[in-house]
Ligand binder design. Structure first.
Ligand code: SF4
Length: 294
């Protein structure tokens, strides 16, 4: 079967076969030959269940991470929905809180699903689980959403290392946002073209995002960055579903991200030598933290 060298290839396959990106991803997985359709879907369901478990344990915990930089924010956001000053919908609150819950669990060294990386593990689960709860998306459809997200991530990963150290945060939270946008469109029965437009719109707005973690820990800005990224994916998916398309095709957007990643200074690639990591607050924290660690 076609290995989908790029997104143009994937779109042509979906149009010829009259199938969604999730279905194309499932057929691709089957074509690898080591698992049946049922075994693959069972595996996808297991991943979704783990994502849900992580969100639930994260929401219940107020424990701080070892560094003290994160922990306890997800609960604040989920309860804020009942406040008179809350102005976003329950779906949006859940997306933000669920991403926080996952990243807070990651900071506590609990089990998460890297999606595509640990530092970006909040976006896709938050969007999928919140959407399922608030829009009554059935499990089979949710599985297709995750498969679509996975295939988007895989195609990008063939042209770009998915790590902040290689290409900045555009390669972690940026890619997760595009994966989540495609998953939303898949779950809401948009077309493959709309899913890829949603991904392209997400990527265009995440392009150039630097990796600048305070003290080199995957906490600040990573935890809150994941939380906001879920809404970013939702906005991109909404634009695509309403008929707004990307002027630049997705493959070219990915090429541009690769090129931007190459131009980015090593100081902005997980080295903690630039961006937020070099602010006075971050430097003072890092000094204290390193003293404590000795
Ligand atoms: S800022 Fe760096 S460490 Fe944090 S999520 Fe982004 S790429 Fe990962």
């Amino acid at each position: 079967m076609n290995k989908f060298a790029n997104f143009k290839d994937l779109l042509a396959y979906c149009e010829t076969e009259n199938c969604s990106i999730g279905e194309a991803a499932l057929r691709y997985e089957v074509s690898l030959g080591d698992r049946t359709t049922e075994a693959i879907l069972q595996g996808v369901q297991t991943i979704l269940s783990q994502m849900k478990d992580t969100i639930q344990s994260g929401l219940l915990s107020e424990e701080k991470s070892m560094s003290g930089l994160s922990g306890g924010f997800s609960k604040k956001v989920i309860t804020f929905v009942d406040s008179p000053t809350a102005f976003l919908s329950p779906l949006e609150h859940k997306m933000m809180a669920y991403a926080l819950a996952t990243l807070e669990e990651n900071s506590r060294m609990k089990r998460i699903v890297a999606c595509p990386t640990a530092g970006a593990s909040g976006v896709v689960p938050a969007v999928l689980i919140a959407l399922a709860e608030e829009k009554q998306i059935p499990p089979e459809k949710l599985q297709m959403g995750l498969l679509a997200a996975g295939l988007v991530g895989e195609i990008v990963s063939r042209r770009m290392h998915l790590s902040g150290a290689a290409a900045g945060c555009q390669a972690e939270v940026g890619v997760a946002t595009g994966m989540a946008a495609a998953a939303i469109v898949e779950c809401l029965d948009g077309t493959p073209q709309q899913a890829l437009d949603a991904t392209a719109i997400s990527f265009k707005n995440m392009m150039g995002l630097v990796c600048d973690p305070v003290a080199g820990l995957v906490e600040v800005p990573c935890v809150k960055r994941n939380s906001v990224a879920g809404l970013h994916a939702s906005a991109a998916a909404t634009l695509a579903l309403s008929g707004v398309y990307s002027f630049v095709p997705l493959d070219e957007v990915v090429d541009a991200m690769v090129s931007v990643g190459r131009m980015m200074s090593p100081k902005l690639k997980e080295s903690a030598e630039g961006g937020l990591a070099q602010t006075p607050t971050a430097l003072a924290f890092t000094e204290q933290f390193q003293k404590k660690e000795k």
